[in-house]
Design a protein around this ligand. Sequence first.
Ligand SMILES: [Zn+2]
Length: 326
Amino acid sequence: MKAIDFNRFNNIISLTSYFNTKEKCQQAIIESRWADGDVVCPYCGTHHCSKRGDGRFRCNHCLKNFSCLVGTIFENTKLPLIKWFVAMYLISSHKKGVSSHQLSRDLDITQASAWYMLQKIRLLYPQSDSEAFEGTVECDEVYIGGKEKWKHKSMRTPHTQGRSTKTKTPVFGMMERTYIEDEKGDVIPMSYVHAFVVEKTDKATLQPIIKQFVAEGSTVITDELNAYNGLNKLGYGHDIVNHGAEQYAIGDIFTNTIEGFWSHFRRMITGCYHDVSDEHLQQYIDEAVYRWNTRKMDESERFAHMFAKSIGLIVRWNEVKLCVAA
Ligand SMILES: [Zn+2]
């Protein structure tokens, strides 16, 4: 059994024409999930489960019956699979994301169902399973919320800062600057990002995150915030741009790449998701990070990547890099 080639779906018409029955959707899941027809029990991990007459499978060890949807984001869904596939396609092809209102109209489903779908699909973008960044890594913080929603800290007046931390949520980001090879074999600049909601922007909060996501020996570029003092002692090179002194770049020393990510995130939030509660902020950040890190992929590659995640295949960022380079 040869898994389906997702590169054929370069627009929504080709996707919906191909997946015109429930059986074809299920077949794609089965072929992608279990290469060579070796069906693995999602409950106990036993290989070579038997196919039943009703299209489901039976484990020869734990004797449980299961459908191909068990263990995927589609498990227990009452919505047709094609609607899920189209939702993933729309989400992966619209750079600024898709709102639940838009998705509900596009798929002819209730807004509540569309909201649920979006939340499920956002769970496909966890950042915790990533490899550590290395080389040159820009770090930066922004504050979200309140009237000054997206002002970078260097743009804010000092007198409002004390109050602002009560109404704004700090977000901390790290960005690896690197290069990838495109399909023509040209080496082009690329960057990968991680970003997280944090309690505070002090040293005790930020430096452990840097230690977790940035390999020792890397060069970290930051602004003059005190929280970054002492990174040298942790085994990092440390270059500083003093934004307070209106210094923005000294040769390669700048944080403009990650600031580009913050503005990408701002456009996504203001253009599509008008109200983002603190409770859901991290999920929106995860989505923005996913978009940024896969931005050199075309629609079909991004859809293939999202599909692989939806059926529980673990795809790490360095495999994304390989996908892009291949
Ligand atoms: Zn089993």
